[in-house]
Ligand binder design. Structure first.
Ligand SMILES: [Zn+2]
Ligand SMILES: [Zn+2]
Length: 415
């Protein structure tokens, strides 16, 4: 966690740099709605880590204490060995994360963006509840929990920079490391690229286990997933496949199928449910990105809300040890509700703004009673007031547009 916390400023610096390059080159690889959703998913995953990582880490510690014959010491080459071993287990964790429905349900979030930029790297799952199982051999081999946590964080931090379209083929590096080029292939939904390049830091595992695919120069990559998310709600991005699996296992008749829905190959569905509830999959030739347009004022509102949410999250993560449980819960509620409501507004539901004004007032009052920093309370009140004014302006504009449309439709036809 600490490694990732230290890395956060660099993440944002590099995102700013990529954004600048994007503007200079005019490539248009960034979209506000998509970037906000990616960052919100990243924020939720970090907030959830605080809660649910306790279980996996406890299991890892238990296995380490019970089964490890010896504890590896902090010699540099042992660190290197453990780092390579972690990446090997990461490969299998990631590969099964694509190949088995229940694991795909958690991993899908990372692939739900239809853009590919550094914010995509932060679009992480909040529900990787089974990943830790893959790393238990490391506990048995004697990798101490502190060493394991640091290595896992370093592996994740490495993966950040490969989520860019601004770096081409890197020559010899493509043979050994995961690079922007070979990871772009992993995020593609083009048929020739499906289920390829699972490595975290090293691409050698893919070459070894026949899942490697080189990026073809003449193939335009279509990013995202076949069953498009069509939402900017990061909570829904985390639940989408779980909801589908619950529905399928509930409706299918055979009990074996009820289990196979979860543990079968990703995409497999029992015949009875697939006939009753067919899933729509867009043909790639007609692929259109989910991108409802928004007024500049709505964009300003969402950017402001997102900025507040990032600040509250950073405060929560840094002050975690010094604030009580109730304050932690209130801050989590502020973050979660902001992420969901901003998603709705970005989706083209301006009326969600009415509901959001109630949220803005409630959160400001709630945090006012909490044992959190005074500067945060004052900033929230001030920024929520500004947001209310902008929200009101957006709503007035929408009401005006509706009136104009009504007037036009009331006019008698000239023909
Ligand atoms: Zn993946
Ligand atoms: Zn990725």
């Amino acid at each position: 966690m600490t490694v990732i916390l230290y890395a956060i400023p660099f993440f944002f610096l590099l995102i700013a740099l990529e954004l600048w390059v994007d503007r200079v080159r005019g490539t248009g690889f960034y979209r506000l709605n998509d970037a906000i959703t990616s960052l919100s998913a990243g924020v939720l995953s970090r907030v959830m880590v605080v809660a649910h990582q306790l279980i996996p880490i406890t299991v890892y510690v238990l296995v380490f204490e019970q089964f490890a014959q010896f504890s590896l010491s902090a010699i540099w080459w042992l660190w290197l060995l453990a780092f390579i071993a972690y990446d090997f287990f990461y490969y299998w964790n990631h590969r099964l994360g694509h190949e088995m429905s229940i694991l795909w349900a958690a991993h899908v979030v990372h692939h739900s963006s239809e853009e590919y930029n550094l914010t995509t790297a932060l679009r992480q799952t909040s529900g990787a509840i089974f990943s830790w199982i893959f790393y238990l051999p490391m506990a048995i081999a004697g990798v101490p929990p502190e060493m394991f946590i640091t290595i896992a964080a370093l592996n994740l931090v490495y993966q950040f920079w490969v989520h860019t379209r601004h770096i081409d083929d890197l020559g010899w590096m493509e043979k050994i490391f995961v690079t922007p080029s070979n990871h772009r292939v992993h995020h593609a939904q083009n048929k020739i690229y499906i289920d390829k390049n699972y490595g975290g830091v090293f691409i050698i595992w893919d070459r070894l286990f026949n899942t490697f695919k080189h990026e073809e120069k003449d193939v335009e990559i279509i990013y995202g997933i076949r069953g498009a998310l069509n939402s900017f709600n990061p909570v829904w991005a985390n639940c989408q496949i779980y909801a589908q699996l619950i529905k399928d296992s509930y409706h299918t008749k055979r009990w074996q199928d009820k289990l196979r829905v979860w543990f079968g190959r990703t995409g497999w569905r029992p015949t009875d449910v697939s006939q009753r509830f067919p899933l729509q999959k867009t043909l790639l030739e007609h692929f259109v990105k989910f991108d409802p347009s928004q007024s500049p004022l709505t964009k300003l509102y969402c950017t402001l809300q997102h900025g507040i949410m990032l600040t509250v999250t950073l405060y929560l993560l840094l002050a975690l040890q010094s604030i009580n449980g109730t304050a932690q819960l209130a801050l989590v509620l502020a973050v979660l509700s902001s992420a969901v409501m901003t998603g709705f507004i970005l989706q083209g539901m301006p009326r969600a703004l009415k509901l959001d004004s109630i949220r803005l007032i409630s959160i400001a009052v709630l945090l006012g009673f909490m044992d959190v920093a005074t500067w945060l309370q004052i900033s929230i009140v001030a920024l929520h007031c500004v947001s209310l004014i902008i929200g009101l302006m957006v709503l007035r504009k929408v009401a005006h547009q509706i009136n104009e449309t009504d007037d036009l439709s009331d006019e008698p036809s000239s023909s």
